[in-house]
Design a binder for this molecule. Structure first.
Ligand code: NI
Length: 418
């Protein structure tokens, strides 16, 4: 049991009791706990949920800046990815887990490969994750069979871990890299194993054009045409270039959007029509994307950018309110992934972040919920994930030697670029 005493939570000072991996009480806690955290100088917020990552790409931070997506992928990222191995991916992923924990993220939704290494980093760091194997068949039948076999193997591998922080997901990369046959196989597996699908959609004008030239339809219409979205839980990353008809499909099929404003801005891909999606009542969540195109995993930056970006481009300061942006990163993310998290309420998963408010940009402290959106740099003091303290006073608890994480990440980077 953990008791957090006298903490500012849900608008007032009270106590939080955590039993096993859940929040069991909020109010006055009289029960005796093994661990008592004094919350007097702190605020508790639900842990953030990053719905679109490629975690090993922390090692690609800064390797290829200021170039367009297709050039970036074809000439920089894909050649480097060809050199990855288990060890490199492990240390890149561990670095990513450390970065996320220290900036308040408690759950991430990832798409990549070398999943054994990513699983190990997630296990060792204490974070919660949905992990999918990124599938690309480039319309080749042999490749498709191999990719589907791999994806199913990883679902079973993760299920068999029986780790209640690690969930399998399916990650077909995008409609321009995956055949219709592969996508139909993915849908079948999603239903068979009851796992969410994580896919890139409508990120650039070029890729929308590729699909339109090939099928005569925009990507969401094309996928809906073969009923890809029916009966499955889908998190669609980016969704920058959408027609009204596609927005209707997103709404009708209950698809969640992972808004990745910083990655889209940096790669010059465009700006997703978030106010329009909100008007329709679509579930908008936030993602950083990989560190090659962001270049960090600090979701507080996405919260701020998503809150100010749409005001600026639409010349309307009332769009995407602070509360909306905060919800994108918490309760909406939980809904997209189907976990009882994103709120600090009794019965919810104990994924809680504590922030010491004695920081220059959090004062005067009266409007703290505004500061967390518009003024905060993201470094948190405590992180409790699945009822376990993984960050205590800014120090990692499960990873004993943080220095070594940096050393090994540096080594992995040199293995990669040499
Ligand atoms: Ni991505």
């Amino acid at each position: 049991m953990i008791t957090i005493k006298n903490i500012f939570v849900n608008g007032k000072r009270q106590d939080i009791l955590i039993e096993e991996n859940k929040i069991s009480k909020i109010g006055e806690v009289k029960e005796k706990s093994d661990i008592v955290i004094d919350g007097s100088d702190m605020i508790a917020i639900p842990g953030l949920i990053n719905t679109h990552t490629h975690i090993p790409m922390t090692l690609f931070r800064g390797v290829a800046d200021d170039i367009p997506l297709m050039d970036w992928l074809n000439n920089h990222i894909w050649p480097l990815e060809a050199k990855l191995n288990e060890k490199i991916v492990y240390y890149g992923s561990l670095l990513g887990c450390v970065e996320m924990i220290k900036t308040g993220t408690t759950t991430f939704n990832d798409m990549y490969f070398f999943l054994e290494s990513i699983v190990k980093a997630v296990e060792n760091s204490g974070i919660r994750a949905f992990l999918s194997y990124g599938m690309i068949d480039l319309f080749d039948e042999e490749k498709r069979k191999k990719e589907i076999k791999n994806a199913e193997k990883y679902i079973n591998y993760i299920k068999n871990l029986k780790n209640d922080r690690i969930y399998p997901a399916l990650g077909p990369h995008a409609p321009y890299t995956c055949s219709k046959e592969l996508l139909l196989d993915v849908k079948e597996l999603a239903i068979k194993y009851n796992v969410p699908i994580h896919i890139h959609m409508n990120e650039t004008i070029e890729e929308v054009k590729i699909i339109k030239d090939k099928t005569g339809m925009e990507p969401f219409i094309y996928l809906d045409n073969f009923k890809f979205f029916d009966g499955v839980k889908v998190v669609a990353a980016h969704c920058v270039h959408l027609t009204d008809k596609e927005i209707d499909i997103i709404k009708e099929k209950n698809i969640s959007i992972s808004h990745n404003p910083i990655s889209n801005l940096k790669l010059g891909s465009g700006i997703a029509p978030i106010p329009k999606l909100l008007e329709k009542g679509i579930n908008v969540t936030l993602g950083t994307d990989g560190c090659g195109s962001n270049n960090n995993l600090n979701l507080f930056e996405e919260i701020k950018v998503s809150a100010i970006l749409h005001k600026g481009v639409n010349l309307n300061p009332t769009l995407v309110k602070a509360k909306d942006a905060f919800n994108f990163a918490t309760v909406n993310g939980a809904k997209a992934l189907g976990i009882k998290a994103g709120k600090i309420e009794e019965g919810y998963l104990a994924d809680i972040v504590l922030i010491n408010i004695k920081k220059p940009f959090l004062y005067p402290k009266e409007n703290i919920y505004s500061h967390l959106v518009y003024a905060y740099n993201g470094f948190v003091d405590y992180s409790i994930i699945n009822g376990e303290i993984v960050l205590e006073n800014g120090k990692l608890t499960k990873i004993k030697d943080e220095e070594k994480v940096y050393e090994k990440a540096e080594e992995a980077y040199h293995d990669l670029i040499n």
